[in-house]
Design a protein around this ligand. Structure first.
Ligand SMILES: NC(=O)c1ccc[n+]([C@@H]2O[C@H](COP(=O)([O-])OP(=O)(O)OC[C@H]3O[C@@H](n4cnc5c(N)ncnc54)[C@H](OP(=O)(O)O)[C@@H]3O)[C@@H](O)[C@H]2O)c1
Length: 280
């Protein structure tokens, strides 16, 4: 569908490596204007040049931001709005695993901050622009790992007990609770919110033990990128919102991900932790 995204402005986070780079490559190849959000200017610029050369697109831009820092996200939104008056697709892709508990500049646990609070804040700050550009789409890259996740509302930042796998699984469940709650909140605005399941993919993402034993089973990043690219670009899902798609189409997410009370509770907590109410 070359040219199918012509005139569409897309933002992709975590765009310099792994699936993010493949998502950018695919959407640039379809004619979209793609803004790559990367945390390191050197890695970001190298990837931007590579994508531009491979896709033959002249419309690939770079903005530098650290998704674990709320100030950096606010700066990113201001910088983006200074040069763009439309945004048709936001792909929340950046994500991490972290073997030890680390706190961000905001004093928050880094996996929860990067994988959930970052996309939560970025999406909310960009929502006015997405709504003004409707029809538009928010795509968040979740994971099958969410099925083993539990939101520990008593210790959501794992201050008392840190387990790398549990913290990652929680953040990926949060991606789904966020997507479904967002879809409910923005229903009727022309903005959709869906989540992607890439499968198990060979990227730079650290795979903790015991899952590392199965690393040989990982697929190619280009294949893992497909669900997000489909949700970002296909006319087939133009009117679809609040859903979860894998490589073979729509998939059922866990019972926990469908809990509306938990989704509202997580939203309220996330708004507090990102000072969203004060910021508007
Ligand atoms: N790989 C899998 O099997 C798998 C399965 C299910 C879901 N996922 C999800 O897929 C998404 C992409 O991951 P990937 O597998 O492609 O991993 P990856 O190769 O490690 O790519 C992650 C990207 O996110 C960026 N990033 C990390 N922290 C950031 C921050 N604080 N601010 C801005 N950018 C940041 C990284 O930048 P740097 O290069 O600077 O580190 C990189 O560009 C993640 O959300 C992950 O949870 C992956």
């Amino acid at each position: 569908m070359a040219g199918g995204m012509s005139g569409r402005v897309v933002m992709v986070t975590g765009a310099n490596a792994g699936m993010g780079k493949e998502i950018v490559f695919a959407l640039a190849g379809m004619g979209a204007t793609v803004v790559m959000v990367c945390r390191d200017s050197g890695r970001g610029e190298a990837a931007r040049r590579e994508v531009q050369e491979r896709s033959g697109s002249g419309d690939v831009e770079l903005l530098v931001a650290d998704l674990s820092s709320q100030q950096s996200i606010r700066n990113l939104v201001r910088e983006f709005a200074a040069s763009h008056d439309r945004l048709h697709v936001l792909v929340n892709n950046a994500g991490i695993t972290q073997p030890r508990r680390i706190e961000t500049a905001d004093g928050l646990e880094s996996v929860f901050a990067t994988n959930h609070l970052g996309p939560f804040l970025l999406t909310n700050l960009l929502l006015p622009l997405l709504t003004a550009s409707a029809p538009s789409r928010v795509v968040t890259v979740a994971s099958g790992a969410h099925t083993m996740g539990k939101i520990d509302f008593d210790d959501v930042q794992a201050s008392r007990r840190y387990n790398e796998i549990a913290v990652y699984n929680q953040s990926k469940l949060a991606n789904l609770l966020f997507t479904y709650e967002l879809a409910r909140r923005i229903a009727g605005t022309g903005v959709s919110a869906n989540a992607a399941d890439p499968g198990f993919v060979k990227t730079n993402l650290r795979v903790p033990f015991p899952y590392s034993i199965f690393s040989f089973m990982r697929g190619a990043a280009v294949d893992g990128a497909r669900p997000a690219v489909f949700l970002a670009s296909s006319p087939e899902v133009g009117g679809v919102s609040g859903r979860y798609f894998g490589r073979k189409g729509e998939v059922r997410s866990s019972k926990a991900s469908l809990d509306e009370a938990d989704a509202r509770r997580l939203w309220t907590l996330s708004a507090q932790l990102t000072h969203l109410d004060a910021e508007g």
